[in-house]
Design a protein around this ligand. Structure first.
Ligand code: FAD
Length: 478
C-alpha cells in the first residue's frame, strides 16, 4: 500500500490523499453501520482525469477500488476494502451546464440530488427522483443504486431520468455512455450497477417541468388493512398519484417522537397521497380520491406549501426517527406486487410476534416497495441474530409473492447472501458475464452484489468460452 500511496501522491495533491488512520475511520461504513472496514487509503479526486489516473494506478498495482459519494447507501455498497483505495467524489460538486430548452443538466457525480432541483426551481423545473436522503446523497450514488423515492410511482427511477454518463471504466479509460447510442443499452447496464462497472464522473440528467397543481392529502385509518384497501381502490380507479406512501402505528410513533409531525392521534395507519399535473385533472382526481378515502377517520388536505411540507415531514424522517423508539434497527427494502401487500403485511406481523422483534412499516404503497424497520436492542443477547432472522424471513416473503429482495437500496454487501434465494447459479453466472465484460480484473467494488466472489476466469462462460445455457443446449453459441 505504501508504494501505491506514493504513486497516488504523484497524480493527486497532498490534501487529496488520506492515510491518517483516524481520518480513514470516517469512511469505514455507509448508512448501514454494521458493516465496517477501514480503507487502505482514501483519495478525493477533483476531476474525471484524476479519477482515471487513480483507477489506472489501481490496475498497475492490482489493487481493488471502491467509489463513494455521500455514504448514505443502505446496503453497504460503499463499504471500503482494507486492501484497497476508496475514491470519494465529494470534491466533484460542480453543476457544469443547465440547458433548459433541452431540459437537461450536466453535473459532476458529487452534486447532491436536491442541489439539481434547487438550481432550476425558480425557472419552474425540477429533478424528479427524490430519495428521502436527497439533501445529502450524491447523484453518482443515485446512478449507481438506480435510486427511487416517493414520487417514482408516477415518474420512474433514476434510470428514467439519466440521458448520459461519462464514466471511468474499471481499467481507467474515460468513455461516455449515451441513451442515444445505437446497439446495446450500456447506459442502462451501468445504472444500478452499484459501482461494479466503473465510476461515473459526469452525468447528464433530464429536468422535468414543475406541475401546474399539486394536492397533498393525509388520510388516517384505524388499521393498516383499511389503508391498504384504499391504495388498491385508488389504483383500481385509474388514478396514478405522484406518490402514495403508508406508515403504520409504530412508524408514526417514531416520527412523532423525532419530529412532532402531529399526525392524527390513534391512527393505525396513515396514507399520504399526492396528486399533481394540470389543475383541472388534479381537481377531478381529488374529487374521486375523496370518495375513495371516505373510510378514513380524518382527511387533511394541505392548503399550501408549508402544510404540504408538514405532512411529508413525518414520512421523510421515518428511517432516522426509529432511533427514538429502538436502540438499534435494520432498514429492510423489499418489493411485492401491490395486490399482495395486505397478505404480506399480515405475515410480517406474525413473524414479528413469533420472534419477539418489533417491525415498523413505512412503504411506497403505490409500487409495493416495503421498508420494514426491524427493531432490536443490541445490548440484549441474541436480539441482533433474531432481528437478522426476521429480516431474512421478510425477504423470503417478498420472493414467495413474486417480488424482489430490493426495491431501491441495492444489493451491496448486505444482500449479496440473499441473491441465491432469487437467482439460480446460471442466472448469477450470466450476470457475472456482464461484469467481466466491463471489469475482467475484478477490481471495481469487488465483494458486492455477488454472493461468492469469483475471478472472471472462474465464471463458466468466460472460462470455457461457452455460456452455461449453451452447454445445456438451451441457447445458441454466444
Ligand atoms: C435516511 C435515508 C433515507 C433514504 N431514502 C432513500 C429513498 O427514499 N430511496 C432510495 O432509493 N434510497 C434511499 N436511501 C439510500 C441512499 O441514500 C441511496 O442509495 C443513495 O443513492 C446513495 O447515494 P450516496 O451518494 O450516499 O452513495 P454511497 O452510499 O456513497 O454509495 C452507494 C453506491 O454507489 C456507488 N457509487 C457512489 N458514487 C459513485 C460513482 N460516482 N460512480 C459509480 N458508483 C458510485 C458506491 O460504490 C456504492 O456502491 C436512503 C438513505 C438514508 C440514510
Amino acid at each position: 500500500m505504501e508504494t501505491l500511496t506514493a504513486a497516488l501522491l504523484s497524480v493527486l495533491p497532498r490534501d487529496s490523499v488520506i492515510t491518517d488512520p483516524v481520518r480513514l475511520r470516517t469512511y469505514e461504513c455507509d448508512g448501514l453501520t454494521y458493516h465496517r472496514a477501514t480503507p487502505g487509503v482514501v483519495v478525493l479526486p477533483a476531476t474525471a482525469e484524476q479519477v482515471a489516473r487513480v483507477v489506472r494506478l489501481c490496475n498497475d498495482f492490482g489493487v481493488p477500488f471502491v467509489a463513494r459519494g455521500a455514504g448514505t447507501g443502505l446496503s453497504g455498497g460503499a463499504l471500503p476494502r482494507e486492501d484497497g483505495v476508496l475514491i470519494v467524489t465529494s470534491k466533484m460538486r460542480a453543476i457544469l451546464e443547465i440547458d433548459l430548452p433541452n431540459r437537461r443538466a450536466v453535473v459532476e457525480p458529487g452534486v447532491t440530488n436536491l442541489a439539481i432541483t434547487e438550481a432550476v426551481r425558480e425557472q419552474g423545473y425540477y429533478y424528479a427522483p427524490d430519495p428521502s436522503s436527497q439533501q445529502v446523497c450524491s447523484i453518482g450514488g443515485n446512478v449507481a443504486e438506480n435510486s427511487g423515492g416517493a414520487h417514482c410511482l408516477k415518474y420512474g427511477f433514476t434510470v428514467n431520468h439519466v440521458e448520459a454518463c461519462e464514466i471511468v471504466t474499471p481499467d481507467g479509460d474515460l468513455v461516455t455512455l449515451d441513451r442515444m447510442d445505437p446497439g446495446y443499452d450500456l447506459l442502462g447496464a451501468f445504472i444500478g450497477s452499484e459501482g461494479t462497472l466503473g465510476i461515473a464522473t459526469k452525468i447528464t440528467v433530464r429536468l422535468s417541468r414543475a406541475p401546474e397543481a399539486v394536492t397533498t392529502v393525509l388520510a388516517a385509518y384505524e388499521s393498516i388493512e383499511q389503508g391498504g384497501q384504499a391504495v388498491s381502490e385508488i389504483i383500481g380507479a385509474g388514478i396514478v398519484p405522484a406518490a402514495i406512501e403508508m406508515m403504520d402505528a409504530l412508524a408514526i410513533e417514531a416520527a412523532e417522537a423525532a419530529v412532532a409531525c402531529s399526525y392524527p392521534e390513534g391512527a393505525g395507519a396513515v396514507l399520504i397521497v399526492e396528486l399533481d399535473g394540470p389543475a383541472a385533472e388534479v381537481e377531478r382526481q381529488f374529487a374521486r380520491l375523496r370518495e375513495i378515502c371516505a373510510g378514513a377517520f380524518e382527511l387533511r388536505v394541505a392548503a399550501d406549501a408549508a402544510e404540504r411540507a408538514a405532512i411529508w415531514k413525518g414520512r421523510k424522517s421515518a428511517f432516522a426517527a426509529v432511533g427514538r423508539i429502538s436502540p438499534a434497527y435494520i432498514v429492510q427494502d423489499g418489493v411485492v406486487p401491490r395486490t399482495a401487500l395486505p397478505g404480506v403485511l399480515a405475515a410480517i406481523d406474525r413473524i414479528s410476534a413469533e420472534h419477539g422483534i418489533r417491525v415498523a412499516n413505512v412503504f411506497h404503497a403505490g409500487d409495493g416497495n416495503l421498508h420494514p424497520l426491524v427493531l432490536f436492542d443490541d445490548a440484549e443477547p441474541g436480539a441482533g441474530e433474531r432481528a437478522e432472522v426476521v429480516s431474512g424471513a421478510i425477504l423470503d416473503l417478498c420472493i414467495e409473492h413474486g417480488g424482489s429482495i430490493t426495491g431501491e437500496h441495492g444489493v451491496g454487501v448486505d444482500k449479496a447472501r440473499y441473491m441465491p434465494r432469487m437467482f439460480s447459479e446460471t442466472d448469477l453466472d450470466t450476470m457475472q458475464l456482464v461484469r467481466c465484460a466491463f471489469d475482467p480484473e475484478g477490481l471495481a467494488n469487488p465483494g458486492k452484489v455477488f454472493p461468492t466472489p469469483r475471478l472472471c476466469g472462474e465464471v463458466p462462460g468466460v472460462r470455457k468460452g461457452v455460456h452455461p445455457l449453451v452447454e445445456s443446449g438451451k441457447a445458441e453459441q454466444f
